[in-house]
Design a protein around this ligand. Structure first.
Ligand code: SF4
Length: 246
């Protein structure tokens, strides 16, 4: 079915969200908590758009609004710009120490940033929680309410289910999750992990529980080798070259 986004007619599939259709058509809608693999969460509200369905107009979060008929969408009206400015101002005040938020604040609200100094960087997008769920660890979640709301492990203690994979830190857009790597040890979320060392290059590359986790998923022939991703790729390329047609 046809959907119009900012005057551009695009083909949309029944049930996909406005944001998914827009991404496919190359139309940019600002967002902070959307990752294609996770789908829409409707958390940050940066992706609000105006939808005209017949005579009715309303504001919706494009990452969760499913397309069920022919609609017209506006992504950048003055009202939407004001909503985004307000969201970014609130998030920047919450996480002023984040360079990512500083840049957004300068771009959307005001080139001169306010001088504030708490260490907070988290904008509560929940991508880290989602990543941990996808890993299957469920080691972190949001706790408390209102301005006290934050991401944490149960009782702010080392979680038995955390395997130190670092997926949460990797996906965080603001760099709010600290991972410390030193002398063959990795620290994250109040927990310290021994790291595995690549038998070819000698670099530390993964925590031991992650190795165990991978071992459970893959056959032993592949997971039995103690290789970092880079050396594994090189070795595979070398093995394949032996079988190449001369
Ligand atoms: S490091 Fe721990 S908390 Fe972070 S995604 Fe991996 S298992 Fe979850």
């Amino acid at each position: 079915m046809k959907v119009t986004i900012d005057g551009k007619k695009i083909e949309a599939k029944l049930g996909e969200t406005i944001l998914e259709a827009a991404v496919r058509a190359g139309v940019e809608i600002p967002n902070l908590c959307y990752i294609e693999a996770f789908g829409g969460q409707g958390v940050c509200r940066m992706c609000m758009v105006e939808v005209k369905d017949g005579e009715q107009k309303r504001l919706v979060a494009s990452c969760t609004y499913p397309i069920t008929g022919e609609i017209e969408v506006q992504t950048n009206t003055p009202e939407l710009q004001e909503i985004r400015r307000n969201i970014i101002t609130l998030l920047y005040r919450r996480a002023p120490n984040s360079d990512f938020m500083k840049k957004l604040y300068q771009e959307y609200v005001c080139p001169a940033v306010e001088v504030v100094d708490p260490a907070e960087k988290c904008i509560m997008c929940r991508l880290c929680v989602k990543a941990c769920e996808k890993v299957g660890a469920f080691a972190i979640s949001t706790i408390m309410r209102g301005t006290e709301k934050r991401v944490a492990t149960p009782f702010d203690e080392a979680s038995p289910s955390c395997i130190g994979c670092g997926a949460c830190a990797e996906i965080c857009p603001t760099g709010a999750i600290t991972v410390k790597e030193e002398n063959g040890k990795q620290e994250i979320w109040h927990k310290s992990f021994e790291m595995s060392r690549c038998e070819i290059c000698g670099n530390y590359y993964s925590t031991l529980p992650v190795k165990e986790h991978v071992k459970e998923q893959l056959d032993n022939e592949v997971s039995g080798e103690n290789l970092c991703p880079s050396c594994r790729r090189k070795k595979l390329a070398g093995d394949l070259a032996k079988f190449s047609i001369k």
